[in-house]
Ligand binder design. Structure first.
Ligand code: DP6
Length: 318
């Protein structure tokens, strides 16, 4: 039976996707911008036409919600498909706010595409990945990518768009893991809860497009100071929206705040480093290559584990 293996790297948003304008098609309420990062990756092998329909994630059968997302994407790629066996491994913590769903879904569509012998464009694959997990549509591309708001009702124009390749700007993303366990509230549930109950949600949606416009310009100009400020603004506005929901949603832990203070302190000492936080307690710090060792050593004082990531390539068959 045809089998293919794909690798995809997670992407970390510098301007966040948080909120859906269509929950069925998984269309975003805001545009977003991200950096695909290596060496964190998902490695996925897919048998197209296996004896059983089975999805394995990190040596265990996928939980109900992940199973549903994988099945949905495979059914969309080919409604008349045969049974598939999917075996996927992450070389970094899963569902801990480290974007494992972005790399997982991107690797899935690339493996399914190769194993099934389909002939689709990367944009089409990105749109399929989006239906499994929104942020995954950006991991089809290496380096910097954007997920524009799009305007088509059917979501046909809702896919990742490459902005600049990995070699455009040699920066580092230092991950301070303050807790590695899985999060209690998924991003999907968190953003639905915000849209339904947070009085700040409308303001969040209204502010996001300007952040993406300015963020894209800062990336193209390799302006770390501006990008860092925009990234922190987008991060804090997204988390303010979560904290304003009812009951409140807060992904932060004590170590999250300690890492934020550490980054602010390093800046006071002249380093150019900026933080971002997703739907989990871990903190990612964007900095120049020359500052990475100092940033890493200081974050080790507040984090259980620190990893240094670099701009990485897009999803691919191996
Ligand atoms: C905070 O892509 O995981 O990481 O589309 O519901 O699967 P679903 O959500 P998901 O959300 C990611 C949210 C974020 C910000 C971002 O990556 O842009």
């Amino acid at each position: 039976m045809p089998t293919a293996t794909a690798i995809a790297h997670p992407n970390i948003a510098v301007c966040k996707y948080w909120g859906k304008r269509d929950r069925t098609l998984n269309l975003p309420a805001v545009p977003s911008l991200s950096l695909t990062v290596a060496p964190f990756h998902s490695r996925t092998t897919l048998e197209w036409g296996s004896d059983a329909e089975e999805y394995w994630l990190n040596s265990q059968l996928a939980d109900a919600s992940t199973h549903k997302k994988i099945k949905r994407v495979l059914d969309l790629m080919d409604p008349w498909r045969p049974k598939c066996r999917v075996v996927s491994e992450n070389n970094f913590p899963t569902a801990a706010g480290l974007a494992s769903s972005s790399s997982g879904m991107a690797a899935l569509v690339v493996a399914a595409h190769a194993a099934s012998g389909q002939q689709r464009t990367t944009e089409e694959l990105s749109a399929f990945a989006r239906q499994g997990s929104g942020s995954a549509c950006r991991s089809l591309f290496g380096g910097w990518s954007e997920w524009p708001l799009g305007s088509r009702m059917d979501g046909g124009d809702s896919h990742g768009v490459p902005i600049a390749p990995p070699e455009h700007w040699d920066l580092r993303m230092v991950v301070a893991m303050v807790a590695a366990g899985p999060k209690e509230t998924s991003s999907t549930d968190g953003m639905t809860h915000c849209a339904d109950t947070s009085p700040y949600y409308t303001a969040w949606v209204a502010c996001a497009p300007a952040d993406v416009e300015q963020g894209r310009t800062a990336i193209l100009r390799r302006d770390l100071y501006s990008l860092g400020r925009i990234m922190e603004r987008s991060t804090l506005r997204m988390h303010a929206c979560m904290m304003g929901s009812d009951p409140p949603l807060c992904y932060w832990q004590a170590g999250t705040m300690a890492a934020i203070h550490m980054v602010e302190d390093l800046r006071r000492h002249g380093l150019s480093c900026y933080y971002t936080i997703d739907a989990g307690p871990n903190v990612k710090v964007l900095c120049s290559v020359s500052d990475v060792e100092v940033v890493r050593n200081h974050l080790l004082k507040v984090a259980e584990r620190v990893e240094v990531l670099s701009p990485g390539p897009g999803a691919r068959v191996v």
